[in-house]
Design a protein around this ligand. Sequence first.
Ligand SMILES: Cc1ncc(COP(=O)(O)O)c(C=O)c1O
Length: 409
Amino acid sequence: MKTIAGNSYLKKEKDNVFLDLIPLNKILAKMRTPILIFLENRIRENIKMFLDVFSTIFENFNCLYSFKANYLPEICKIIKSENIGAEVVGLLELKLALNLKFPSNKIIVGGPYLPRELIKMCIENNIKEIIIYNINDIRKVDSIAKKHNHIQNLCIRINSGKYNSNLGVNFNDQNLSNLKKTIKECDNIKITTILSHYSTQMNNIELFKKNVEVIAKNLKFLSKNGINIKNMNLGGGFPEATVMNQKQLKKIALGIKSTIMEYNIHYDHIYFEPGRYFLGDAGLFIVKIIKVSDNRHVFLNIGNHICPKFAKCSLRFYNASKIDLSHNEPTSFLGIVPTDQDVLAKNYFFTQNLREGDIILVTNTGAYCLTFSNRFPYSLPKILLVKDDNFEQIFDPNIDKDFSINTII
Ligand SMILES: Cc1ncc(COP(=O)(O)O)c(C=O)c1O
């Protein structure tokens, strides 16, 4: 059997497509498109590939899955069973992580918005670290920690400086003196970690090196001013595993390590927070062509409401109804949201022969599609989890209504 999209759990043999060990036709006989599929074995393989590389190259390495990439409970359960920690941005995700029994010393929580209720829940549950994007939030954490007679570890997210980003702290003399004063006056917090997340879909070692440089520059600045931080967190940003194979991943990890050594950074623990790498190529849509126009503009029965540009997926398209035909004709794929902006891909090389009703696989849609999907009034797709020769439905829009509400178990 030949693999499709470089994914060992997506194969073709003659006219048949297999999702893990299940013939696609078996699924299509039972339900209508569009369907969103997750391949459990691929998720596990991606995690193993990542851990293999990073735990060999880095001592005291901690891996925290970025829940925002995909917070379906069934998906997070799989990730937890591989002993990965959790990086969560808000109350919903934190409740989910705790309900799924992620150990609290493997959960870090934070983002640009830290409501009191979130901070309280972190403290009451002994969460490993709260991530601070704004120095003024430190006092807020301290005052709640004081009431609970607790010392809370904090991680400061620094601004990576990429594309004039506004996320995280941009240190200067003024906010440094604010930080010093805050540390002096707050007895119930301890700054343990510095975080910089540079970008997403980073397919180039230079971007990862820049991220280390940002950390190095800030650590130096802080330590010159008497603030010593012992752990560093380099965030996520890896592309889908099918886009970055294990050999390339190893090159990236070695490049990060050599940059750390070059800048003479000493740390106790190093954290990474992958999201897309674990999930991206483990998800795919099974969809149908609903219209073909003269100029090879093809409408699919999904669109940006569920496969959004914001998700920045490396979309690939395969004609499952003609899986053996080569891809040689530029084709544009359009979605069903009634706006001319609903374009999934332009001039993508595709099978010359295509018809209404053809079944199309849209791959690399496992990360961020659900997170950034919107409430355009079309039904959400059914979601299946496939493993070996079994599949189970993990989301039915008719019963579950909305996956984002159902995350609070
Ligand atoms: C702080 C932080 N960590 C990790 C991630 C995960 O990124 P990715 O899915 O690209 O690995 C993100 C994504 O935006 C992030 O903002």
